[in-house]
Design a protein around this ligand. Structure first.
Ligand code: BG6
Length: 507
């Protein structure tokens, strides 16, 4: 994953299908703009946004400027910077379902090649709803747009399929058109700063590896909680549910990064092979036993930071008797030498008490306590807490003597954090991912087999939940830590969900 972009010889063209959509405005364009500000884009680049509405280039650029001003981590764009950047943006109206309308893209590509006198890399970015992924791929070919295997890429956003079979079908179709090394399936969690740092932390430090196994680790918790509800995405979410929306992709990928064996090198396929090994080693869930390893919930109404919020069933475009889960907790085992018997607990949900993404590695108890006679000291187990967001950092909880005349133990944190850094200093996940796409580095993108295996892992739960409705939904109020059955899931093993102590809220 060495980013060796030759800025002179690698001109780049981005064709963004869904160029007027939310994703383009919130993520893709601000990320490209920040790469431009950081001097990370090729000297010669072009962005062609496309959609069904009619826009002049000027009007399109101005709508993107509003988006950058609102969503960019670096704040409002400086006039001069924006004018330089946006001079590379054009808009093309097109009905993505109609291959005839793709001809214009071909003409634009030819014109740029002629002007640059260099062969550009071309990225077809599908920032559209999933039902159009294949249509776009097919129409690129029908209209004979450039499809050079070395320099042409197609970017596919999630969700990649809605179950194992649909993911297989989608892969099969895409792979008749593009080669695997041209397909960039996005899981934006893999681009997050701290998630990438886990690789450095694990594989660039000699002291971690000897501890990183069943002999020293008691359990692992992966927790991605969100304070927001489904908002305006009820239509999509009510069909998907949180298991498809978050667990199949983001949470399982985090599990892979924690559980994977050290790769031989940092090449894309080597790293992805090791993640695939983890997915293959996850113990198969027995359909009749889903209730013993998984818990689900749906939020009811409540109050969040002084404001009254709707329950899930009252949200826009959600059915009033919906049985869709907005919370999921699961327990997995990874059946291999390293992890035999170590539970991996995953939880994620909407409208929870706090937004936080944490991975907690809980180490085992010390084998013998020599401090027993000193005021009943019971050393706490060590924990390594990897905080992905909103705080970014890694903390190791150790036991230490409280200064004073007594031998009293307490927990201290050794902390590496990014808190000295402003949000504007750390690249957003999409910047990392876009730069990788430009450089042709697939390490942080999902390969076909990874996506399918991840579906395979959750299919028994998906099927069971679809066929067995919950009669007590909604079963957790907004602003809580989720349903009681999720507490029970972990409590029966003698553990509890770990939450970072609040700085300014009650815990
Ligand atoms: C998306 C899900 O993939 O990730 C959303 O579709 C979720 O439902 C989002 O809110 C969370 O991403 P982040 O980066 O805000 O943690």
């Amino acid at each position: 994953m060495v980013k060796t972009l030759n800025k002179k010889s690698n001109p780049s063209i981005f064709i963004i299908f869904g160029g007027t959509g939310d994703l383009a405005k919130r993520k893709i364009i601000p990320a490209l703009y920040n790469l431009f500000l950081g001097d990370r884009l090729p000297e010669k680049f072009a962005i062609i946004g496309t959609g069904r509405s009619k826009f002049t280039d000027a009007k399109y650029r101005s709508s993107l400027l509003d988006a950058v001003n609102e969503f960019s981590r670096t704040g409002k764009a400086e006039k001069e910077d924006w004018s330089k950047f946006s001079s590379n943006i054009t808009y093309q109206i097109a009905n993505i379902k109609d291959a005839a309308e793709y001809k214009e893209f071909g003409l634009s590509i030819d014109k740029l090649k002629e002007e640059w006198k260099l062969k550009p890399s071309i990225t077809y970015y599908c920032a559209v709803s999933p039902e159009f992924f294949c249509t776009i791929a097919e129409n690129i070919i029908k209209s004979k747009l450039e499809n050079d295997q070395e320099t042409t890429r197609i970017v596919i956003e999630k969700p990649f399929g809605t179950d194992l079979q649909s993911a297989k079908d989608l892969n099969e179709k895409l792979l008749t058109i593009f080669n695997e090394n041209q397909i960039y399936r996005i899981d934006h969690y893999l681009g997050k700063e701290v998630v990438q740092n886990v690789m450095a932390f694990r594989f660039a430090n000699a002291i971690m590896e000897p501890l990183w196994n069943r002999n020293h680790i008691e359990n692992v918790q992966i927790s991605v909680t969100e304070q927001i509800g489904v908002g305006t995405r009820g239509d999509y979410f009510d069909d998907a549910g949180i298991l498809r929306d978050m667990v199949q992709n983001h949470l399982l990928q985090l599990l892979c990064i924690i559980a994977m064996e050290p790769p031989i090198n940092f090449e894309a396929d080597e790293v992805r092979d090791r993640k695939v090994d983890v997915l293959r080693a996850i113990q198969k869930i027995v359909p009749g036993k889903v209730d013993t390893i998984a818990a689900r919930g749906q939020y009811g109404p409540g109050w969040v930071e002084g404001k009254e919020v709707l329950g899930y069933r009252e949200e826009e475009d959600v059915s009033t008797d919906s049985n869709t889960e907005t919370y999921a907790a699961l327990k997995f085992y990874v059946d291999n030498w390293r992890w035999q018997g170590v539970p991996f607990y995953l939880r994620t949900g909407k409208r929870l008490f706090k937004s936080a993404s944490l991975i907690t590695i809980q180490f085992k108890e010390i084998p013998h306590n020599i401090f027993n006679n000193h005021g009943g000291n019971v050393p706490q187990k060590n924990r390594l807490i990897i905080s992905i967001q909103p705080d970014m950092g890694i903390r190791l909880q150790l036991q230490s003597k409280t200064p004073g005349l007594e031998m009293t133990l307490n927990t201290v944190d050794m902390v590496f954090d990014y808190s000295g850094k402003k949000r504007s200093d750390s690249p957003e996940a999409y910047e990392t991912l876009l730069l990788d796409i430009i450089s042709g580095d697939q390490t942080l993108f999902m390969r076909a087999d990874q996506v399918e295996l991840a579906w395979e892992v959750i299919m028994p739960v998906l099927d069971y939940w679809e066929n067995n409705k919950m009669s007590n939904f909604p079963n957790y109020p907004a602003d809580s830590w989720g349903p009681e059955n999720a507490e029970a899931l972990i409590a029966k093993d003698g553990y509890h969900w770990f939450n970072l102590p609040e700085k300014n809220k009650k815990d």
